[in-house]
Design a protein around this ligand. Structure first.
Ligand code: NAD
Ligand code: GLY
Length: 365
């Protein structure tokens, strides 16, 4: 069955399509225009490659495309310079040229690293995203943020580098573990919270269907998320304004991920607990009501996501959040809620309120 919906990320001559549907791994026609010399490298990992690499390889080999497979270790803890170097090693060993696209087949970790390799190898080669997690299909594969972690901070080394095409094959989500599906739901909820109240309402009605992997619910949630992301990226590709709103919960969430050790808390789990902290801070600033905070907590809980942050200690949180990419002139900036469906960036949060939020939202020691 081939049912497909196509959206566009509008960036003038760098505009590209996002195709959403089932069994897109069999659609050579969507990829061939971007593989002019019939040679491509597919970057995946030790979990996703055994599931889907042979199939994608067969799709392209049937059209005479020579494939260089590159299989990385799996995990956020491998999203680093050492693993990135494995990609460069393989590309150089196989004498890949400027015309050889890199195809990312996997979740956000594979996508972010492959994109950064594509941005930097030979100063830039074509890049294709085939995301296989819900999180990657709704967020990380779209918009061109690529990069790796540094021991001192998440995603601190990277580049803006847009893909030529995104293929979100919903059928690949059949094999995704439940915990990973839930982590993806955190980024879906984010779009509702920051700019799309009707979508938030829809999620309140359909969360259980989504988590049960109902095909229509997944398709709608992915498409609606990508529409939101594409609009934001088209308006502010390099995050000089509105794009920062996509980081709701991320300042706290990245601190959780880094503080706990990469891979202990999933990215989406950090975003979930971090979003509750951002909502709590918004409440303390008098912008949202207690009923809003309760409503938001309830949806994350129904999604099976954590709403309490780990007890890293206030000083550790403050230190880690001071490394956030949104820090300007040494001042922390937070994405906060003015209401459900409307977010803003604020650089004037009193430290006393921030400390109250850290106290209220973290688990007891
Ligand atoms: P991930 O890439 O680690 O994938 C999660 C797990 O699922 C991994 O073990 C992976 O091997 C496995 N997996 C992937 N697809 C599968 C499938 N179809 N079936 C079975 N297992 C599968 O994690 P993620 O949640 O996809 O991505 C998180 C990363 O994305 C973080 O590093 C985060 O910083 C990054 N991110 C980037 C952006 C961006 O704009 N670039 C946005 C959000 C998140
Ligand atoms: N995930 C945040 C962004 O793409 O800007």
């Amino acid at each position: 069955m081939h049912i497909m919906q196509t959206l566009t990320v509008g960036l003038n001559e760098r505009s590209y399509p996002i195709h959403i549907g089932v069994n897109l791994l069999d659609r050579a026609d969507l990829l061939l225009p971007h593989i002019p010399k019939k040679r491509a490298a597919i970057v995946s990992n030790t979990t996703v490659a055994p599931l889907y690499l042979d199939r994608l390889h067969a799709t392209l080999a049937a059209q005479g495309v020579q494939i260089i497979p590159i299989v990385l270790p799996d995990g956020e803890e491998y999203k680093n310079a050492e693993t990135l170097n494995l990609i460069y090693d393989a590309l150089l060993t196989h004498r890949c040229e400027r015309s050889t696209p890199l195809i990312a087949l996997g979740g956000g970790v594979v996508g972010d690293m492959t994109g950064y390799a594509a941005a930097t190898y030979l100063r830039g080669v074509p890049f294709i995203q085939i995301p296989t997690t819900l999180l990657a299909q709704v967020d990380s594969s779209v918009g061109g943020k690529t990069g790796i972690n540094h021991p001192l901070g998440k995603n601190m080394i990277g580049a803006f580098y847009q893909p030529r095409v995104v293929l979100a094959d919903i059928a690949t989500l059949d094999t995704l573990p439940d915990r990973e599906l839930r982590a993806g739901a955190a980024e879906v909820i984010k779009y509702g919270l920051i700019r799309d109240l009707p979508f938030y309402d829809w999620l309140e009605e359909h969360m259980e269907k989504l988590l049960a992997r109902d095909g229509d619910a997944l398709r709608y949630a992915i498409a609606r998320s990508c529409e939101n992301k594409a609009e934001v990226v088209a308006a502010d590709e390099r995050e000089s304004g509105e794009r920062a709103l996509l980081n709701l919960g991320h300042t706290f969430g990245h601190a959780i991920e880094t503080g706990m050790g990469y891979g202990v808390w999933l990215h989406g789990e950090g975003v979930a607990a971090g979003t509750i902290m951002a909502a709590d801070l918004s409440l303390r600033l008098g912008w949202i009501a207690t009923a809003d905070l309760v409503r938001i907590c309830r949806l994350f809980e129904r999604a099976g996501l954590p709403v309490t942050a780990p007890a890293l200690g206030a000083e550790k949180y403050l230190e880690l959040m001071g490394l956030d990419k949104k820090v300007e002139g040494g001042r922390m900036r937070f994405v906060l809620l003015q209401s459900i469906g409307r977010a803003i960036v604020n650089g004037d949060v009193p430290e006393t309120l921030l400390r109250e939020t850290l106290e209220a939202c973290c688990a007891d020691d």
